[in-house]
Design a protein around this ligand. Sequence first.
Ligand SMILES: [Zn+2]
Length: 303
Amino acid sequence: MGIMSTEMTDPAKGKTLVAFFAHPDDEVFGSGGTLAHYAAHGTRVVLVCATSGEAGEISDPILATSENLGTVREAELRCSAQTLGVNEVIFLGYRDSGMAGTPENENPLAFVNVPSEKVVSRLVGIMRDLKPQAVVTFEPNGGYGHPDHIAIHRHTVAAFKAAGDPAQFPDQGADWQPARLFYTAIPRSFFIELRDRLAAMGIDTSDFARFEDAGAGWPDDKVNITLDVSDTIEAKWTALHCHRTQMSPDNLFLKVPEQVIKQSFSREHFALALPEPRPGERLSGLFAGLEAQPSDLTSTSTP
Ligand SMILES: [Zn+2]
């Protein structure tokens, strides 16, 4: 046998993948390699970003002010998306709600304060327009409990359930049911292994306690897909550095030796949310077992 084509097990070509996140830079850590991997394999990849991240940190005052941070971060996301090969970025234009317990939470324009019905209607419209087979968003805790992450999770789940029902949001186009909804799911073992490796190297790992306190880490036995994205690790690494305003010197990823973090970044993990998986079900990719698009058949018939 020659080289086995991944198209046999994960027919990605001609498919559409839409990822729904809250801020510029949310796309990189849990799913940047996956977005790049599928874009490179002929999948149309679209990134939807709810806010411009205008309540985020500014790593260096030379890069942005609190007034223009949203504009700067939109440009950083476009840099990241281009690096990853993402075909299209859609900004929903809501206001960053800030970390839990900060005054930004109270801003009436903040994403967390927008009525569900309004957001879900727009997400349904995007799903019906783009007709994705696979949809990706945060898990219910949003990775580490950020209110905007939890909000985009909730709205994406609701939109996924409504998009295929012609009776719901009839003004948002003809019904389309995406085949699968996935959560980015950084497993607990990822944090434990990385922490232990760093501790063995004498690197300060106190940041990990903060992540653990915020409920970070998805149960390993509820991970349904582990993708080897080492083929796109350089793009992921470059995309991470597009987000310059977020790369403060105390960023955990900058304290870790580059080879160690690249190795950790080379695997990405997803939980199949809908349709509900069987216990312990494993898939080889986001599109595994779905029908190939007609264009796939011509490419695989090449001798
Ligand atoms: Zn975020």
